[in-house]
Design a protein around this ligand. Structure first.
Ligand code: HEC
Length: 159
C-alpha cells in the first residue's frame, strides 16, 4: 500500500520536474523580438482563433453601400496614405515595415486579402489585439469597407 503510494508520488515528482525543465527551456528559447518569424503553429492557431472570434462577434456583414469605381479609388488613396508602410506600396515588393512585426503584416501587394469583406472591414476599423495592426478609429464604416475592397482586389464584397 505504502509502496504503491510512494511510486505514484515519485512518478508525479518526475513528471513535474520534467515539465518545469521543459517549460523553462522553451521560455529561454523564445525570441520575444518583433523580428522573430512566428512559428507555423502560432500563425495557424492565431488565425483560426481570430476568425472564430470575429465570426462569433458577428459585426455588420452588409456593405453600407453599393461599390462604384470611385469607392475603390477612395480605398486606394486611403491605402497609400495609411497602410502601405506596413502592407506594401509597390506590386510584388515587401513593405518597409513588412518584417518589423510578429505576427507579420500580410503583404497585399504580393497576395490580396482573402476576406470575407465584412471581416476585413471590421479588422481595419478595430485593429487586432496582440499584433501590430492598429485600429483606424478615424475611418468611417464606409471608408473601412472601401479600403477592405481595395486590399481584396474586388469590386464586390465577398460574403
Ligand atoms: C503599423 C503597421 C500596420 C499598419 C499601418 C496597418 N496594418 Fe494592417 N496589419 C498589420 C499587422 C501586423 C497585421 C497582422 C495581424 C494578425 O496577424 O493578426 C495586419 C492585418 C491586417 C488585416 C487582416 C488580414 C488577414 O490576414 O485577414 C487587414 C485586412 C489589414 N491589416 C488591413 C489594413 C489596412 C486597410 C490598413 C490601413 C488603413 C492597415 N492594415 C494598416 C499591421 C499594420
Amino acid at each position: 500500500m505504502i509502496d504503491r503510494r510512494y511510486k505514484r508520488l515519485t512518478a508525479f515528482l518526475v513528471i513535474t520536474v520534467f515539465a518545469a525543465v521543459l517549460g523553462a527551456a522553451t521560455f529561454t528559447a523564445v525570441d520575444v523580438s518583433a523580428e522573430a518569424e512566428p512559428s507555423w503553429l502560432e500563425k495557424r492557431l492565431a488565425s483560426v482563433l481570430l476568425d472564430m472570434k470575429l465570426r462569433a462577434n458577428r459585426p455588420t456583414k452588409l456593405s453600407p453601400f453599393t461599390p462604384t469605381e470611385q469607392d475603390i479609388e477612395k480605398g486606394s488613396d486611403i491605402y497609400r496614405e495609411q497602410c502601405a508602410i506596413c502592407h506594401g506600396a509597390t506590386r510584388g515588393r515587401i513593405a518597409p515595415l513588412g518584417k518589423s512585426f510578429s505576427p507579420r503584416p500580410p503583404q497585399f501587394v504580393i497576395e490580396p486579402a482573402d476576406g470575407p469583406t465584412w471581416m476585413d472591414a471590421y479588422v481595419i476599423q478595430h485593429g487586432v489585439r496582440w499584433s501590430g495592426m492598429p485600429a483606424f478609429r478615424g475611418l468611417s464604416e464606409t471608408d473601412a469597407w472601401r479600403v477592405a475592397l481595395y486590399v481584396e482586389g474586388r469590386s464586390k464584397p465577398k460574403e
